[in-house]
Unconditional design. Structure first.
Lengths: 116, 269
């Protein structure tokens, strides 16, 4: 289960200083990837705003240099109840109010459900 | 525990409306700026008088609106324009709201001789218990900064300066009255030399917080106590939610208009 613990601002504009918000969340289980989506009803629907993958899949899209300073554990997963912060930019949003969903993928490869 | 939240992108500025009377004396003038959404506390508010001079002003912030009185003592008589611009909580700029206002004073446009008139107000409740007695304060006001043309405002200087200086807490400084009560409003009209004088065309005008006229009362000789001294028993509007009203004594002394305003806060006790 994913829990959004804080959002620095629930209202953004295109004005400098108000054009992004920091989202902090944590998982109650170890996760190997997370994703913040705008709208959608599952991890693979909606528009991906921010994401991070710590499993081997990212080795496919990153050079070794970016990974070499990390431990194997850091590369492999994020421990449960560790705070994770992502940033959402106004330029990624549509005008008006929209639902933002946060998902995590556990070490067995299952993504957390919509809404929880 | 939620894995979602709602985020709003607001790219449009608030629409604001500026409320002010159509005319004023060289006095404090009530102003209200109202937005259609929650506003930031920063308000760009200024007045440009008939000679093109700009005067910046500050009024209190109350979430979706600003309210307060701004000094017109130093403005040139004639047509002045009040300008206001606000922003919402994510700094989207509002429209520029403006309102023209006629400032009475010695001027070729208005041909007024307000400096020769002086209005003092006394507010008493129905039982005669003194609430605010401005008339008695006249002798205590001696300021080198006052020029003859500001003598008109001397009568209300003590209370109005209190309202104007405490911008944030101004509303709490206002006298509070029970909805529906009847108050006795009195006015003393004097000439420049301090002699009582009976003016003509005496009116008591009551405004709501948006400066809409809610009552215009022609004060006649039946309301005359003695030379230069008039009263009116006014029943306050009913209601339960605290609100502000403004009232105004208007009269013409030797043909020159004179205006004096005061603000009351109505509460449900």
């Amino acid at each position: 289960m994913i829990d959004v613990t804080s959002v620095s601002s629930y209202k953004l504009s295109n004005v400098n200083g108000f054009d992004s918000t920091l989202v902090t969340f944590e998982s109650d289980t170890d996760i190997t990837a997370w994703r913040i989506n705008r709208l959608g009803t599952s991890w693979d629907t909606g528009e991906v705003l921010e994401e991070e993958s710590l499993d081997w899949s990212r080795a496919l899209s990153n050079s070794w240099n970016s990974l070499k300073d990390l431990t194997w554990l850091e590369q492999a997963y994020i421990e449960a109840e560790v705070s994770i912060t992502g940033e959402i930019y106004a330029s990624e949003l549509q005008a008006g109010e929209q639902r933002i969903n946060v998902y995590g993928k556990d070490r067995s490869g299952s993504w957390s459900p919509y809404g929880g | 525990m939620n894995a979602y939240f709602f985020l709003e992108l607001d790219t449009t500025g608030p629409q604001i409306t500026l409320y002010a009377p159509d005319y004023t004396g060289l006095d404090y003038c009530p102003v209200r700026v109202e937005g259609d959404e929650l506003l930031d506390s920063t308000l760009d508010l200024y007045v440009v008088d008939s000679k093109g001079n700009r005067f910046d002003a500050i009024i209190s912030h109350y979430g979706t609106y600003f309210e307060g009185s701004i000094p017109f003592h130093s403005l040139a008589p004639g047509i002045a324009t009040i300008y206001a611009r606000a922003r919402d909580t994510v700094f989207n700029q509002s429209n520029v709201a403006e309102k023209t206002i006629l400032v009475y004073g010695q001027d070729e446009v208005t041909s007024l001789k307000i400096e020769t008139a002086e209005t003092a107000l006394v507010i008493l409740d129905k039982e005669g218990c003194l609430e605010i007695e401005l008339g008695k304060s006249l002798s205590f006001i001696e300021s080198d900064s006052l020029v003859p043309s500001t003598l008109l405002v001397i009568g209300t200087f003590p209370v109005l300066s209190q309202i104007g200086a405490a911008e944030i807490d101004a509303r709490s400084d206002l006298m509070q009255y029970q909805f529906g009560n009847t108050v006795k409003l009195e006015a003393y009209f004097k000439d420049f030399d301090g002699n009582p004088v009976d003016p003509s065309n005496i009116k008591l005008v009551v405004y709501d917080s948006k400066l809409n006229v809610i009552a215009t009362i022609q004060v006649t000789s039946e309301n005359r106590v003695e030379l230069g001294h008039y009263f009116y028993l006014y029943t306050l509007p009913s209601g339960t939610n605290p609100k502000v009203i403004h009232y105004e004594w208007y009269a013409e002394i030797h043909g020159s208009p004179t205006v004096k305003r005061e603000t009351l806060k109505l509460v449900f006790v």
